[in-house]
Design a protein around this ligand. Structure first.
Ligand code: ADP
Ligand code: 5GP
Length: 190
């Protein structure tokens, strides 16, 4: 049976990964399954357990690393984030196309381990606009925003790893571009 695609959406914090994935998940023209990651970071008010993330503590996360339960994991600004094998492997084997928000470190691992991957990197129109979006979202302290912006500069040096780079300036345009890339890749995979 044809295996499903592993679609990775990366990009600096605040660029619009979650917003774009939400829109793509509602799109009836492409049948995607969202991969819910596990993380040790604190839950934001609007986030739901098992929908946005599986939230856990560092001790439990480390135990899962020892038990080899992750396809990939990374430490991002002192917190653990990872993709559980139980979340995606059987779905991909059964032909489901998975979409996941994963950082640059994790994307490297996916590119190595999954032949059927599609890696998309989102860039903001400018670093000022990225900062504005993080401030507007209001989910991090000013100190955390500064940390995320520093990490963004390092992440943005890794765009060469990706199959496509999309600038998320106008949201509707960015979504259309990504939708078209995904549709074409699905056709290629059939
Ligand atoms: P990420 O998941 O990459 O951290 P979010 O999806 O949470 O980013 O988006 C960060 C903020 O930017 C949100 O408030 C979102 O509504 C806003 N946003 C996303 N895309 C755009 C865009 N193209 N133009 C303006 N604001 C945007
Ligand atoms: P946030 O705290 O903003 O939700 O996510 C921080 C970073 O962690 C983002 O770059 C996001 O894409 C990344 N991330 C989320 N889930 C995973 C995952 O399962 N694995 C990896 N490697 N990164 C993830």
């Amino acid at each position: 049976m044809r295996k499903g695609l592993f679609i990775v959406i990366s990009g600096p914090s605040g660029v619009g990964k979650g917003t774009i994935c939400d829109i793509l998940m509602k799109n009836k023209n492409i049948d995607l399954e969202y991969s819910v990651s596990m993380t040790t970071r604190e839950k934001r008010d609007y986030e739901k357990e098992g929908v946005h993330y599986y939230f856990t503590n560092k001790m439990n996360f480390k135990k899962k690393i020892e038990n080899d339960e992750f396809v990939e994991y990374a430490i991002y600004n002192n917190e653990y984030y990872g993709t559980l094998k139980s979340e995606i492997l059987s779905k991909i084997k059964n032909g489901k196309n998975i979409i996941s928000e994963i950082d640059v470190q994790g994307a490297k691992q996916i590119k190595k381990d999954f032949k059927n991957s599609l890696l998309i990197y989102l860039l903001p129109p400018s670093m000022d606009e990225l900062k504005n979006r993080l401030i507007k979202r209001g989910t991090e302290t000013q100190e955390q925003i500064e940390e995320r912006l520093k990490t963004a500069v390092i992440e943005n040096r890794n765009t060469y790893l990706y199959d496509y780079i999309i600038i998320n300036d106008d949201l509707v345009t960015a979504v259309k571009e990504i939708e078209s890339i995904i549709k074409n890749k699905i056709i290629d995979n059939e």
